[in-house]
Design a binder for this molecule. Structure first.
Ligand code: NAP
Length: 427
């Protein structure tokens, strides 16, 4: 058994997204300050990856088998922070989270599977809090940009004075198309889940201990104060739950702070009347309606007819493959959020968040910078992050992640106040 240790260990490094993450971290400006390891089930594949990416000699290789619990425990204990890319996560990755929670090892991943996160919360949240392991699922495109856009709007509004809370918050998302084989296989694998795992997941508060206000169902969406329209988004089912979990974690934290005698500053919280909605931006209202119709029809066909899934598996992108994306891509991802304060005279802000790159290179940036925030900035993390447990990107990392993403040069954002009557500008 190996005795080598590393600061950051990438599990599933040989996959499509794992390879992008390995490349990003190997080229990172702070690379000399951390040691890196890559892990997978095949030592030969890891050696080939090391050669193909010309990784530095010091990058350590870890081969392990997911059916061997002792090997998993031994592997995760070799690292300060794990980045996990082994999906479908519900099928493979529970033993990895268990090992991190038990051993107090910090963990981030790129899952977009709410059914799995709900299981993790039930089984390992308390264990992780006891060991102080920071465990942040959904640290990729699902769901950092959504969580971040709301957080930035909230921060701009809440700093205007004590006692302010938020009302409606809506985000329009624009992501360039493209699907990896691993993502397709994960989406299709949802049809193989036991039915019991899906019950209650239509609830946007399924990952939140407290229940908040449920947004109305809509086929056509619009962003307040703008001429931005849209329809149902594939990522909404995870992103809304993560944003709402951030809301719930902040509410619970604010309550415990208010009850304690050691309150120095007003708590950072969205408030009891916060209600969140997200949609995919389209060129017109009609295109938004068409997108929603296609989404619901497509989802029904895929889940009700096994031959359709067989066809997609056979002829769609295969595990290990995905769209051609490089870090110099000119593509961009735009999230536009409008959030209002609660109360009789609401104030409104619009935040436009832009990432340079495609969805998978951006995932590599987001999850890597989250891992490095835990490694290098632990003492500056919000109290919630330092306490450990199964958390969300913004509840655990807050401003630390914002600063890291800005420094990466991949994120730009702009937040400004909207005035009623302001012209409805398209973005
Ligand atoms: N939320 C987001 O923003 C986001 C973005 C990207 C990806 N994802 C998710 O991330 C996951 C990976 O996607 P991908 O496109 O990178 O997939 P992929 O190319 O198929 O890679 C999967 C990785 O998991 C490893 N793996 C699979 N089964 C394993 C097992 N039984 N034991 C050990 N390792 C195993 C593979 O190892 P081998 O190389 O040995 O096969 C490979 O390293 C998917 O669930 C996808 O949905 C999410």
């Amino acid at each position: 058994m190996s005795t080598q240790t590393v600061n950051v260990l990438i599990l599933g490094a040989t996959g499509y997204t794992g390879t992008l993450i390995t490349e990003y971290l190997e080229q990172h400006p702070e690379r000399t300050k951390f040691s890196l390891g890559i892990a997978g089930r095949s030592l030969e594949k890891l050696q080939k990856l090391k050669k193909d990416l010309s990784l530095s000699a010091g990058v350590k290789l870890f081969a392990f088998n997911l059916s061997d619990e002792h090997a998993i425990n031994d592997t995760v204990r070799r690292a300060n922070v794990i980045i996990n890319c082994i999906g479908p996560f519900w099928r493979y990755s529970t033993p990895i989270v268990r090992a991190c929670a038990v051993n107090g090892v910090h963990y981030v991943d790129i899952t977009g599977e709410p059914w799995w996160i709900r299981d993790l919360l039930r089984e390992y949240d308390f264990t992780a809090m006891k060991s102080k392991a920071i465990i942040i699922p959904a640290s990729g495109m699902d769901s950092v940009p959504s969580d971040l856009a709301v957080y930035l709007s909230a921060r701009a509004l809440l700093k205007r004075g004590e006692g302010i809370t938020l009302g409606k918050s809506v985000t329009a998302i624009r992501v360039p198309p493209g699907l990896s084989g691993g993502t397709l296989s994960t989406v299709l694998s949802a049809a193989e889940l036991p039915k019991s795992k899906l019950i209650g997941l239509e609830d946007p508060f399924a990952l939140t201990p407290a229940k908040g206000i449920v947004r109305p169902f809509k086929m056509v969406h619009s962003l307040p104060f703008t001429s931005i329209y849209g329809g149902q988004s594939l990522m909404e089912s995870i992103n809304e739950k993560i944003v709402n979990r951030t809301w719930g974690l902040l509410e619970a934290d604010a309550l415990s702070t208010e009850l304690s005698a050691s309150r120095h500053a007003p708590p950072f919280r969205y408030g009891p009347n916060f209600v969140y909605q997200e949609f995919s931006q389209t060129p017109s209202r009609f295109a938004g309606l068409m997108l929603s119709v296609m989404y619901f029809f497509g989802a029904a066909v895929v889940f009700l007819f096994p031959p359709v899934r067989w066809f997609l598996k056979r002829f769609g992108p295969q595990p290990g493959g995905g769209p051609k994306q490089v870090f110099t891509d000119k593509a961009k991802i735009v999230y536009t959020n409008v959030t209002s304060t609660d109360g009789p005279k609401p104030e409104h802000v619009k935040t436009r968040v832009e990432f340079r790159g495609g969805a998978y290179t951006t995932t590599a940036v987001l999850v890597s910078e989250s891992a490095l925030a835990i490694l290098f900035n632990h003492a500056e993390l919000p109290k919630l992050g330092q306490a450990g447990g199964i958390l969300t990107p913004m509840a655990a990392l807050g401003d630390t992640l914002v600063t890291r993403l800005l420094n990466s040069g991949r994120l730009t954002y702009d937040t400004h106040t909207l005035h009623p009557g302001e012209s409805r500008k398209a973005v």
